[in-house]
Design a protein around this ligand. Structure first.
Ligand code: CA
Length: 257
């Protein structure tokens, strides 16, 4: 069922090429970052490989889970981009094995819309970050760079901080001023995206494609609805959530000036 839904979505791929910009990851490391892509759809392999190599990454691809897992465990990749629906060994099994053997190796998981339950299970298995297909190359690059930066700067730590909000990407625990906050999966993704771009104004469209990952009716108010949920959960009696509305544009994590 899921396999059918996944392969049936081929016509709906709507990838966007990123604007040219300096490859931050390259400046931060003397060697080109080596990425292992474990994905069985040749079209996606080709798309990701060409796009990432154009941005200075060194990309190796494996089409099945067992071979990909073996290489990820035995070779020194800086990051792994992992599809969930794979022949041989599932992405979740591969993820669990990587988490056990190499807990600080950044893994970005790719999921199809139809795999939403797997996606939640993937979080339990310790996914650091994931993208819903169809994703844009710009978003994939942003996630990989962010993960490499986290891995470089914080060793094995996977914590994002902004204002007095703290998010642990590995355990998915969220705190505001030390007080735990319980978020839904979508609220969590939204917060992580806002935090990663803290201080920057994000349009509703940018947030939609990053968090929901597929084309919505442009008139949808789902972003506003979820920002509302998130604000309510992050608010404290004496202090509203640090998410500003930027009139006619979108939202920004962190208050201006
Ligand atoms: Ca697949």
């Amino acid at each position: 069922m899921r396999r059918l839904l996944e392969s049936g979505g081929e016509g709906a791929w709507a990838y966007a090429w990123p604007m040219q910009r300096p490859a931050e990851a390259i400046r931060e490391q003397s060697m080109p970052p080596a990425v292992l892509l474990i994905e069985d759809e040749p079209g996606i392999v080709d798309f990701v490989r060409r796009g990432m190599e154009a941005e200075g990454f060194h990309v190796q691809a494996e089409l099945d889970g067992a071979t990909g897992e073996r290489r990820a465990l035995s070779e020194g990749f800086d990051a792994v981009v992992l599809d969930l629906m794979l022949p041989g060994r599932s992405g979740l099994e591969v993820l669990a094995s990587l988490r056990a053997a190499k807990p600080s190796l950044p893994v970005i998981v790719l999921t199809a819309k139809a795999e939403i339950e797997d996606r939640v299970a993937g979080l339990d298995a310790g996914a650091v970050d994931y993208l819903v297909k169809p994703f844009s190359l710009a978003e994939l690059l942003a996630r990989v760079r962010a993960q490499l930066r986290v891995a470089t700067q914080q060793g094995t730590s996977t914590t994002l901080r902004g204002e007095d909000v703290e998010v642990d990407l590995l355990t998915r625990k969220v705190q505001r001023a030390g007080v735990p906050v319980t978020l839904s999966t979508t609220e969590f993704e939204l917060l992580v995206h806002l935090l990663r771009n803290r201080g920057r104004v994000l349009s509703r469209e940018q947030i939609l494609s990053a968090v929901w990952g597929y084309q919505h009716d442009p008139a949808t108010n789902i972003v506003d609805v979820y920002v509302g949920y998130l604000r309510r959960k992050l608010a404290r009696p004496e202090s509203p959530a640090p998410i500003d509305t930027v009139r006619a544009v979108g939202y920004r994590f962190g208050h201006a000036g």
